[in-house]
Design a protein around this ligand. Sequence first.
Ligand code: FES
Length: 411
Amino acid sequence: MSDKDFEKVDITIRSNTKDIFAFTKLVPNRIKRIKKASNESITDDPINDLAKKLHPKLQYLQIDQIIEETKSTRTYRLVPDAKRGTEQLAYFRAGQYLSLKVEINEEWITRPYSISSSPRESLEGYYEITIKKEEDEGFLTPFIWKSWKVGTKIISSGPEGFLYYEPLRDKKQILGLAGGSGITPFRSLAKSIAAGDIDAKLTLLYGCSDEDDIIFYEELKALEKAHPEKLKVVIVLSCEEITLKGCEAGFITKELIEKYADVANNSVFICGPQIMYDFIKKQLKRFNLPPKQIRREAFGEIKNISEFSGFPNDAVDKTFTIKAHIGGMVKEIPAKSTQSVLVALERARLAPPSKCRSGECGFCRTLLIDGNVYVSPISDWRREADKKFNYIHACSSYPITDLELIIPRTI
Ligand code: FES
């Protein structure tokens, strides 16, 4: 709410006694109103209609445009597919993601992708997601790269995730630390700030390994030029040869952060690959910030789980058996210790619903009735009660013995 909105609010202040006596009339007044009401049954349900619009379980979309951003990055513009039931896109908050549900070789898998367009653009009828083709990214991005064309139909969740600006919680100044394709939520945020939809300032330190890998360079620099009082964009390049003017060389270190931001007065938002996050975490530790001042986009599975402290050496490279109870059925499937329980269940087409794939959303919550899992320390977002009663988040749990699970429902 702006100050102007507050001026419009009409408040009647009465005495304490009058307010107390008003309670005594609450029930009789309600009865009077009910008696006066029409006998016609109510067919409209505006509150539930609004909730469904804002939080749809699924959205049916199709690709309207594909934009080549760099040699390995593309932006896909997605519009609603009214023929399959989505007439309007759900509104979102800059920084949120969509969980896409994709069928490959008769197997349904989900992947989260940040929305790189702005919330305002969703009201104009489109979302954009920007995907980098990583060679070691498994089979989904190569599949998307090869098969997604204009007109391809997509199924997605509603907007999800917590990497958004919240004026009641966050400081007016945001320090964005982005790495590689982790720039996508910051593009959405920068556009929203530039458009005046978010009343905050953004200093963005964007780390890339090469000049050719910088995504949205021209666009971000144009936004900065148009709104220097609100946006500052610094490209940080770790390559040896740098031709681009105005960049910083090296990595996002404590010293570099201090050069551009008064960290104590910033809310810090981080999005990037795990290796960058591990590095930045160490740098930020030196500022001694309270955890609430740091927000991190958590999605993405961990690739090197066996290197985490506490992962048992004798489980590395082993394959265990998961006995999965689902409905009235019991199925036994193989599960590698270094792949999440979710991946094993997906391969066997037994997966519970999933969205973030990093322990945060709780959609893949599953009951462990026998055996042990290693839970990734950086993505253990389970509630205490869940821990006590042996619920795991399948996406952030790794089998270290044979397991027996009860799966609530499949995707
Ligand atoms: S998919 Fe979100 S917690 Fe597992």
